[in-house]
Unconditional design. Structure first.
Length: 236
């Protein structure tokens, strides 16, 4: 979705014509897009081997390729006016990985890398790039993630079921108390847009900060062991 002072335009990040038309309309009204917030995204969960490739492609098209294309479309106008802000919604999952979330985490790791490269490339044109890294946010995101998991009777059936239960519990059970409302994300986006020197990253929720700190100090084998204490390992 893009907005001007007088109008709102619905944008489909899976549709090149839709994205281009929205950017063109804003540029005709305002001269250039001043702020781009890339918020489109969802989570495709399930064991890597078990996720059909059409779902893998749709996950990347929505979470990564649409984001990249929106950046490409607005940047020429931002460069002309020598000012702009791009805010990309990532996740704490862009810097760590939970079992059963390989496809989703892969897209968010990609968003992190693309944003880091872009921040360097456009700074000299007066354009700032920031990443928002939420932890658990109380929305329908979790329900969508649970619904994306294939069950069936294959070798990952029990594992996928456990991932679904863990995800549902995180958003609907006691762990939800550690989450935050969408307003917390909105406030971070506002800071990234209005700050004279926006941060490269804004981490949302104390839980996200704790997990990222833990992941940063644990060796890979220790992180894997911690994950095995929380998720059943397929094949065992």
């Amino acid at each position: 979705m893009l907005t001007t002072t007088n109008a709102t335009f619905t944008t489909d990040v899976l549709d090149e014509a839709s994205m281009a038309a929205a950017v063109r309309a804003v540029e005709e009204a305002e001269g250039a897009v001043g702020v781009l917030v890339n918020n489109a995204g969802y989570s495709q969960n399930g064991a890597v081997e078990a996720v059909p490739m059409d779902r893998v492609r749709r996950q990347f098209e929505t979470n990564v390729f649409g984001l990249v294309r929106m950046c490409q479309l607005v940047l020429p106008g931002m460069r002309r006016q020598r000012h702009g802000r791009i805010v990309n919604l990532s996740s704490m999952g862009g810097r760590l990985t939970f079992p059963g979330g390989g496809m989703y985490h892969a897209t968010k790791h990609a968003v992190e890398a693309i944003s880091d490269a872009l921040r360097f490339e456009v700074r000299g044109f007066g354009i700032g790039v920031s990443i928002i890294e939420p932890g658990l946010i109380k929305t329908e995101f979790g329900r969508t993630a649970v619904g994306s998991i294939g069950r069936g009777d294959g070798p990952y059936a029990d594992f996928n079921q456990a991932v679904a239960e863990k995800t549902a519990n995180a958003y609907e059970g006691p762990m939800a108390r550690m989450g935050a409302s969408p307003d917390a994300v909105a406030r971070a986006v506002e800071r990234a847009i209005t700050s004279r020197r926006p941060r490269p990253r804004y981490v949302i929720t104390a839980g996200a900060r704790a997990l990222l700190a833990t992941h940063g100090v644990l060796p890979d084998r220790a992180w894997d062991a911690m994950m095995r204490s929380q998720f059943p390992q397929p094949g065992r």
